[in-house]
Design a protein around this ligand. Structure first.
Ligand code: NDP
Length: 294
């Protein structure tokens, strides 16, 4: 009897050693009885494409993409989902062959974040004032899906304000279509009393301070850092001290992974038990080392 065909997947980036994605996808595969092999693909900074091409030649079906290749991954694909087009960045590639139309790029970060906030945390975004910090790959991926939730107002702030303006400009038509006022500004000009604050900067990763003051939070607000693990702790402590509900990026990580898994395998895993297990592992004392997402 032939051995079952095992399709390979990986998280591609630099660095990737810290990544929890192999663990998450192994749990999804076990739960849904899918036979896959999901690993880590460390890509030299100057040879992302050749590394991926070699991976495809080994029978790979797709990959997740993390820092710093999300924009390059988008450029390389032949086809793009509408949400990847809005983001101009991809965190998921499916290696369809030429007969199928070629590589497909998707961005599942936004749907993952929205699902974590609205389903896992139970916080509706519709009609709320939302502040998104950062204008890098992560914020590019989540801005469109946040707009779709029809918040009362969406403010995008970044250290380099021109990047926030460019990202907001690209989303203005989408925002108008959903009747959402969208404003870009500097971190010092965000205003105050937001219902939901999302930190999509890499400040926590670099051990930096929370990039806005406590006035940004309304009492009882939700404050979410896309980072998780010990590196997120200062942000979470700051948010809790302001009377906010603090949340890290672990739920987003699991939810965006589930969406990628669905794109590749056509089945949607149940995220709740996987998130509970990951939470226990990440919060265990042995896990106390800096973590970046994916
Ligand atoms: P990028 O490198 O593309 O962008 C980094 C962003 O952070 C830029 O807007 C940058 O501002 C800003 N920034 C960096 N350092 C500081 C600082 N000290 N103070 C204020 N702003 C700062 O990274 P990504 O967008 O890909 O990732 C951002 C974060 O989100 C990372 O921590 C990443 O791990 C996390 N993430 C989590 C995911 C999850 O599933 N939980 C998914 C994706 C990302 P400037 O433009 O001025 O340089």
């Amino acid at each position: 009897m032939n051995a079952p065909h095992v399709t390979r997947y990986a998280v591609a980036g630099n660095p990737v050693a810290h990544s929890r994605s192999p663990r998450i996808h192994a749990l999804f595969a076990e739960q849904t009885r899918q036979t896959i092999d999901y690993g880590r693909l460390l890509c030299p900074l100057d040879s992302f494409k050749p590394t991926l091409s070699a991976f495809v030649a080994q029978g790979a079906g797709g990959c997740n993409v993390t820092v710093p290749f999300k924009f390059e991954a988008f450029e390389m694909a032949a086809r793009h989902t509408p949400r990847a087009v809005l983001a101009q960045a991809a965190n998921t590639l499916r290696f369809d062959d030429a007969a199928q139309g070629g590589w497909l790029a998707d961005n599942t970060d936004g749907v993952g974040l929205v699902r974590d906030i609205t389903v896992n945390a139970g916080v509706p975004l519709q009609g709320r004032r939302v502040l998104l910090l950062g204008a890098g790959g992560a914020s590019a991926g989540v801005l469109g899906p946040l707009i779709e939730q029809r918040p009362a107002e969406l403010v995008l702030a970044n250290r380099t304000v021109d990047k926030a303006r460019a990202l907001a400009d690209r989303h203005q038509a989408w925002a108008a279509q959903h009747s959402v006022p969208l404003r870009a500004c500097a971190l010092a000009d965000v205003g105050d009393h937001f219902d939901v604050l999302i930190n999509g900067t890499a400040a926590s990763l670099g051990g930096g301070e929370v990039p806005v003051g406590p006035q940004a939070l309304k009492p009882g607000a939700l404050a979410l850092d896309m980072m998780y693990g010990p590196a997120a702790r200062p942000f979470l402590d700051w948010a809790t001290a302001q009377g906010a509900t603090a949340r890290d990026g672990l739920g987003m990580l699991v939810e965006q992974a589930a969406e990628s898994f669905h794109l590749w395998r056509g089945v949607r895993p149940d995220t709740a038990p996987v998130l509970a297990l990951l939470r226990a592992e990440v919060d265990a004392p042995a896990a106390h080392k800096p973590e970046a997402a994916k």
